[in-house]
Design a binder for this molecule. Structure first.
Ligand code: KG4
Ligand code: ZN
Length: 341
């Protein structure tokens, strides 16, 4: 089965063609980062308008790159939520219109399920069951995964998502959007141990997260340095490293707890923050000590992309899942509501 995947939940237009026999045939992405950067974050209306402009040319590009004709596409998968409603509607409308024109089915996919399954596109895919740490701009969740659609949320963030914490902290330090890669870049040059930030909610049992306090801690540290006449680049790097280390270690502590609780030794990390090198290295070391493995996607499939939607949609379509021609999207959509395959 050959599935065209469309992703438009936020500020990236992603398109890909996945074949159940041959794997990923081609993929393309248009990132709107430059469009939103001047505003310091995503402007939903601008995001929707840009998806309208990019979608059809990207679909053509992906089909051409795969040497595939529209009549060789068996189905279209699109992100139906969670995300920005206007942006999601562009992908949903495009998918349903093409499905009608080409006489093939369309299927709405859960964005976080897409992220969760993205490591399946790599050479050594994880085997079920595993624990997944989903860390994106909108979500921070630990999920026990027993199969596709068999998800038990073990814990999540009570306030900011990990990616959101990176983005907001970066803004406080005068860095540009999106903040995750910027903080990671500065942290490379940071001096370890000059600042030590708290590891929120690690001194009590449980698998919940809270990252909003870290942002305030960063702000007061930076303001104190500035008031003392130290607003050097090195100090910004040192603060970026202290923040990143605090987030990474907090995530790692909770991952270890979740694996223990679930009695598992396989960990999948997915979503934009899973591209973070310090997080990968920390978890790799931890899983090595536990005699387990950590799985993640290549960096461009950690952030939003069409390949993960084509893959997730293909699995559900192969299992016989269907939907009608209605154009319906969801801003919020708990993963536990998904049908098990
Ligand atoms: O999964 P994603 O592309 O979009 C959502 O579904 O939200 O995640 C985007 C988030 C942003 O908050 C971005 O700052 C963060 O992922 N991110 C990173 C890195 N690359 C992207 N955070 C930390 N380190 C990175 N290298
Ligand atoms: Zn995402």
């Amino acid at each position: 089965m050959r599935v065209l995947g469309l992703e438009t939940s936020c500020d990236e237009t992603g398109v890909a063609l996945y074949d159940s026999e041959r794997g990923l045939l081609s993929d393309a992405l248009f990132s709107q980062i430059d469009l939103h950067r001047v505003y310091g974050g995503v402007v939903p209306e601008l995001a929707s308008r840009d998806h309208v402009k990019r979608m059809l040319p990207l679909i053509r590009e992906v089909l051409d790159a795969a040497g595939s004709r529209p009549d060789e596409v068996d189905a279209i998968a699109y992100t139906a939520g969670p995300g920005l409603v206007g942006a999601l509607l562009v992908g949903a409308a495009c998918a349903q219109a093409l499905a009608l024109a080409w006489g093939v089915p369309a299927l709405g996919v859960h964005h976080m399920e897409g992220h969760l399954l993205a490591p399946m596109l790599e050479e050594t895919p994880p085997q079920f069951p595993f624990v997944a740490l989903l860390v994106s701009g909108g979500h921070t969740q630990l999920v026990q995964v027993d199969g596709i659609g068999r998800y038990t949320v073990l814990g999540e963030s009570l306030d900011d998502a990990a990616g959101e914490a990176f983005d907001k902290t970066a803004k406080l330090l005068g860095l540009s959007y999106p903040g995750g890669p910027e903080i990671a870049r500065l942290a490379e040059r940071g001096v370890p141990g000059r600042f030590v930030f708290p590891r929120p909610m690690t001194d009590r049992p449980g698998l919940e997260f809270s990252f909003s306090g870290l942002k305030t801690f960063t702000l007061t540290t930076w303001q104190r340095c500035q008031a003392a006449g130290d607003d050097s680049e090195q100090t910004r790097c040192d603060i970026a490293l202290a923040f990143q280390t605090a987030v990474v270690e907090t995530l790692a502590i909770k991952c270890k707890r979740a694996l223990k609780q679930a009695g598992l030794k396989s960990l999948v990390i997915a979503g934009g923050v899973s591209a973070n090198r310090a997080l990968r290295e920390n978890l790799e070391q931890m899983l090595g000590e536990l005699g387990g493995h950590v799985f993640y996607a290549r960096p461009r499939f950690c952030t939003d992309n069409g390949a993960m939607i084509a893959y997730a949609g293909c699995q559900r379509l192969l299992a016989g899942q269907q939907e009608g021609p209605a154009i319906a999207v969801k801003a919020r959509w708990p993963m536990e509501q998904l049908a098990a395959l």
